[in-house]
Design a protein around this ligand. Structure first.
Ligand SMILES: Nc1ncnc2c1ncn2[C@@H]1O[C@H](COP(=O)(O)OP(=O)(O)OP(=O)(O)O)[C@@H](O)[C@H]1O
Ligand SMILES: [Mg+2]
Length: 263
């Protein structure tokens, strides 16, 4: 990557009582890049996301934004910087329509009354720039498919014009068709120059949509891989610890494959 990272984590550690959930974790996100964050159950993915989002600040380490150290102690700090997080439990209001959900807690007003016309106009504009197809923005979100609901939740996170979007297992509950819809949207976020952190347990999906994969194992980095040049098996080995040091093994494999004259 030639550009500088928009977000960088340096030496992040976090402990819950006797459990060392994160140890010295490093992660960089560049503009226009999708980084998959993978690892077994309990590897520390959600804990890391909570540290970035200001929901559960780290004990040690530094968060850098545009190359400068910043303090992220509360969700508001993360939002102000331009970090948006879409959690797995979507937190949409079933009985509200799409416009109501998009502007929930950030309603537009004219004087003391809600400006429904302007909110609807902006909703249609936002969905159309993201090529999100929804039958109507005036139906309750309960009537939408799981994939459509997920795209609404992601669209909502974009209203604050973030530079980095964190998606915690956005396709975990979705079928094939709906997953494709969400992955299309992830690609559109990248086209718009956003940095995306995608948590996923689905290797096919990780391979399909991300540029790099960062593996966490037992709360530590266990390799970062360029997706284009890495097999699914290598990523899985790093996740399970079949190779205790995936980085070393990978490096030696590349050296083995290099013709003698170039060594
Ligand atoms: N609030 C908490 N109190 C105590 N321990 C916690 C807490 N949150 C997480 N942990 C522990 O920290 C470790 C990392 O958990 P975390 O939820 O970050 O894993 P994860 O990678 O998100 O797993 P999953 O894929 O299952 O979502 C686990 O051992 C977990 O039990
Ligand atoms: Mg988790």
């Amino acid at each position: 990557m030639s550009t500088a990272p928009v977000l960088a984590l340096r030496g992040i550690s976090k402990r819950f009582g006797a459990v060392q959930a994160l140890t010295d974790v490093e992660l960089e996100i560049h503009p226009g890049e999708v980084v998959a964050l993978v690892g077994d159950n309990g590897a520390g993915k959600s804990t890391l996301v909570k540290a970035i989002a200001g929901v559960g600040p780290a004990d040690e380490g530094t968060i850098e934004w545009d190359g400068k150290p910043v303090q992220v102690h509360r969700p508001h700090d993360a939002q102000t910087l331009g970090i948006a997080t879409v959690y797995q439990d979507l937190a949409l209001c079933d009985n509200l329509d799409v416009v109501g959900n998009l502007f929930l807690g950030a309603e537009l007003r004219r004087g003391s009354i809600l400006d429904e016309v302007e909110m609807e106009r902006r909703s249609l504009e936002l969905l159309s720039t993201l090529s999100i197809r929804i039958p109507s923005v005036r139906i309750p979100v309960a009537a939408l498919s799981g994939g459509q609901r997920q795209t609404v939740a992601i669209a909502r996170s974009l209203l604050g014009e973030p530079k980095v979007v964190i998606l915690d297992e956005p396709t975990a509950a979705l079928g094939v068709e709906q997953t494709a819809q969400v992955l299309d949207l992830v690609e559109r976020l990248r086209e718009r120059g956003l940095g995306v952190i995608l948590i996923s347990h689905n290797m096919a999906e990780v391979k399909a949509v991300s540029d790099r994969v960062a593996v966490l194992r037992l709360g530590r980095n266990n390799g970062t891989f360029e997706v284009a040049t890495t097999s699914q098996e290598e990523i899985v080995s790093a996740i399970t610890g079949a190779t205790d040091n995936a980085v070393t093994r990978r490096t030696s494999r590349i050296e083995d494959a290099t013709p003698e004259v170039e060594k």
